[in-house]
Design a protein around this ligand. Structure first.
Ligand code: PMP
Length: 297
């Protein structure tokens, strides 16, 4: 993720990554009480480096902090400018950008009264790879919204994601799919889920999931491409009847599922609406034009 020359941004300063320090008594380190974002920069069709939906990501960072009472005294426009500067200082064009808001030393369980911000970046390929994924239904549930602010992209929440991913890997799968506390399909450890059935696309509604920015982009693309879309709760049994399914997230982008619990989907990926949306998403982040008809030919 970094080498001797890597520069990061911390509380208004640009510093060498290997010279930056943090306090071992920090509340974030001990209790997972921190908030982060995952953002991507792309070299767009006209050669310019652009951070995709930077404002949406920093707005969510701010909202995530507010939800769990971490003070947020940062100016989002300045932070976006800092992201571009970090990319430039590290000579990066296509990169994954990680802002992290973390709290100073405090061993109590009181909400923080101050916070710090770190922005770092590294070159990262598609997080879940390019191959269709063999997915298992996790034995872990997503955290109950009555037990946590699940719409906050909080560090501590990701222990649940690590457990689910690890279980899937131990059982020989590529990735996990988690249910909500009512037994409906929620999301992957780091991505939202969609499926296709009878010419229509479905995804779980907000409420028991992280409201993904990629998810919002896929919904916009469905509208633009005249693909009918419905947000609704569904079960694993219903998902197994699907023609295709895919995960989406900033790090993973749009990636198709090969199978769920060993059962494959009704259509070859190449003929699915998932593939159309995957290509449309890639075109969108690169600011290229995209026509659905051309892709289905
Ligand atoms: N759900 C979870 C649990 C995630 O960690 C992520 C990745 N941030 C997503 C969904 C997708 O969110 P986004 O599209 O905003 O990256």
């Amino acid at each position: 993720y970094y080498n001797d020359n890597t520069i990061l941004y911390i509380n208004g300063e640009y510093t060498k990554a290997n010279a930056a320090t943090t306090d071992l008594f920090g509340q974030s380190l001990h209790y997972g009480y921190a908030v982060f974002e995952g953002i991507r920069a792309y070299k767009t069709a006209n050669g310019e480096v652009k951070i995709f939906k930077a404002k949406e990501h920093f707005d969510r960072l701010q909202r995530s902090c507010e939800l769990i009472h971490i003070p947020y005294k940062f100016d989002n426009e300045a932070l976006i400018a800092a992201c571009y500067k970090v990319l430039e200082m590290n000579n990066m064009e296509e990169a994954y950008i990680r802002p992290l808001v973390f709290c100073p030393p405090n061993m109590t369980l009181k909400a923080a009264s101050e916070s710090n911000i770190l922005i770092c970046a590294w070159e990262w390929g598609a997080y879940l790879g390019e191959k269709l994924l063999r997915v298992m239904t996790s034995s872990y549930e997503r955290p109950n919204p009555k037990a946590f602010k699940i719409e906050s992209k909080s560090a501590g929440l990701y222990v649940n994601s690590i457990l689910a991913s690890q279980e899937a890997k131990e059982k020989g799968y590529d990735e996990a799919l988690l249910l909500d506390m009512n037994g409906y399909v929620a999301e992957g450890p780091g991505a939202n889920i969609f499926f296709e059935k009878d010419g229509k696309i479905y995804t779980p509604p907000a409420g028991n999931i992280l409201p993904g920015i990629t998810r919002a982009t896929v919904i916009e693309l469905c509208q633009e491409l005249n693909i009918p879309l419905e947000e609704k709760l569904f079960t694993i049994a219903e998902l197994k009847e699907a023609e295709c399914a895919f995960f989406c997230g900033t790090a993973a982008e749009v990636i198709g599922l090969d199978s769920l619990d060993g059962q494959s989907f009704g259509k070859p990926w190449a003929q699915s609406l998932g593939k159309v949306l995957q290509q449309a998403y890639k075109a969108r982040v690169l600011e290229k034009s995209f026509q659905r008809e051309a892709q289905l030919a």
